[in-house]
Design a protein around this ligand. Structure first.
Ligand SMILES: *Cc1c(COP(=O)(O)O)cnc(C)c1O
Length: 464
């Protein structure tokens, strides 16, 4: 048997392995394979040191080990990668909020990987409008006179107030001085824009007289903010947009509404009763309405401002607009998404946020049973459990939608199973309820069933 010293001498050089065919033929970045080769040889040294081996494997074997290691790392090492959302939270801000429709995803790939007509008019052969398509569809869907797209809804509010009210004050109800996740606080935004915050009413009750009494020469706007992520119950009173519109017209000051989630079609039939419709807000008298592009609308992150043309034009001329403007990918995604809204039935079918929201209990139960069947077919065990999903993403607080979940049966602890699901090559994010791991079927897509079934079956078969 060779001594340890002799074995050490037999370890191949990194350069020699890098020239091995297994490595030259593999489809991985050279620097990543080189790092895997060094680590594979390091392990080999440890194995010699601890007397685990008494011969050196062939170069091909070592090269293959390095390639496997590099492939595994390539799969796990990208910071932003695909996961399976089994939390049942449709708009999960930590998981990237909305998923795009197929049409929008295709538009994104096309715009990203080629030159495009971003600001070019092919008919005239000259410079064209950057957001012409988006503006047309927004006007079709909401009836708006003009529109503007910025980086997100927080930027939209900042731009609106900076352009329209920086030299004066803005009247807001105390009950609407909200903080939306991630440090978006209405009072701070006001300060940033250089406008004075004129808070009226109390936390739970604000009346039209409160607004009326607050209006002065300095008032530049009335702002209404949708309380997206909380609910005040009990003795409450707020002033609706119609009444505020009458008041704002009387004093000739703009009425601005931040509706948050930006529902473009009626979502009441899914049980979302408190979500203002963009179209309704305009119809009821708001001069300017802002909302997110990646909440209920179902597009990429952006902020949408719609309303009065003169006011929108003022914002377009403001330097912040240039700083907040969106790229070709966002525009391509938004245009393709908005186009689907031309036919609400198609929107409901094709836009994942809407299809997940609209899924019936019968359909969800059927799909949960189907996934469960696949798990048994692969030798695992699981049960179907009735549960509740939430819309999430700062939309519709407290609202729960009846749903169904698949719960894997395993000898392992629930924490252990939940963690193992997160550690998979494509992580599955589940939730624990009543000491059970639940995979809510509402946010899972059918294309992932086989992968989930195989992973869960393995967990049942091989508890750790
Ligand atoms: C979500 C939300 C925002 C922030 O929107 P982003 O697009 O995330 O910047 C602002 N206002 C309201 C009412 C919201 O619900």
């Amino acid at each position: 048997m060779p001594s340890k010293e002799e074995l050490f001498k037999l370890i191949p050089q990194v350069d020699r392995l890098m020239q091995n065919e297994v490595i030259t033929d593999c489809n991985i970045y050279r620097h990543e394979v080189a790092s895997a080769v060094r680590d594979t040889l390091g392990e080999l040294r440890d194995e010699i040191k601890t007397s685990k081996i008494d011969s050196i494997p062939a170069d091909d074997v070592l090269a293959q080990r390095a390639v496997d290691l590099a492939m595994k790392r390539a799969q796990y090492d990208r910071d932003v990668r695909r996961i399976i959302n089994a939390t049942g939270v449709i708009l999960h801000s930590n998981l990237g909020r909305a998923c795009l429709s197929k049409a929008a995803a295709e538009a994104v790939v096309e715009a990203a990987s080629s030159y495009c007509t971003l600001e070019y008019n092919v008919e005239k052969g000259e410079r064209g409008s950057r957001t012409g398509g988006v503006e047309k569809y927004l006007s079709d869907v909401t009836g708006c006179e003009a529109s503007l797209i910025v980086n997100n809804n927080a930027a939209a509010v900042l731009l609106i107030l900076s352009a329209l009210a920086s030299d004066g004050s803005v009247v807001v109800s105390r009950g609407e001085l909200v903080e939306i996740g991630g440090g978006f606080r209405v009072p701070d935004i006001m300060e940033q824009c250089g406008c004075e915050l004129n808070e009226v009413g109390t936390t739970n009750k604000t009346r039209i007289e409160d607004y009326e009494n607050a209006i002065s020469d300095k008032t530049r706007a009335i702002l209404k903010v949708h309380s997206s992520n909380f609910k005040i119950v009990g003795f409450t009173e707020a002033v609706n947009i119609e009444k505020l519109a009458t008041l704002s017209r009387k004093h000739d000051i703009p009425l601005i509404e931040d509706i948050g989630s930006g529902a473009l079609i009626d979502v009441q039939r899914y049980g979302l009763n408190d979500e203002p419709l963009a179209k309704e807000s305009l119809k009821n008298g708001a001069d300017i309405v802002s909302f997110s592009g990646d909440k209920l609308l179902g597009g990429l992150q952006c902020g949408i401002i719609i309303g009065n043309k003169k006011l929108v034009d003022t914002m377009k001329k403001h330097p912040l607009y240039r700083a907040f403007r969106v790229d070709k990918i966002t525009i391509a995604a938004l245009e393709a998404t908005l186009r689907l809204y031309g036919d609400p039935r198609m929107a409901e079918k094709e836009i994942p946020v809407l299809s997940m929201l609209s899924a019936s209990e019968t359909e969800l139960e059927f799909r949960a049973e189907k996934l469960c069947g696949k798990i048994y077919a692969k030798g695992g065990a699981a049960e179907v459990i009735k549960t509740q999903s939430v819309a999430g993403g700062g939309a519709v607080p407290g609202l729960e939608l009846n749903s169904f979940a698949v719960s894997p049966k395993s000898k392992e602890s629930t924490d252990g199973v939940e963690k193992r699901l997160r550690g998979l090559p494509v992580p599955i994010i589940s939730r624990i309820e009543d000491d059970r791991v639940l995979l809510d079927i509402r946010t899972i897509i059918d294309d992932d069933f086989d992968y989930i079934a195989e992973s869960l079956a393995q967990i049942s078969r091989e508890p750790q």
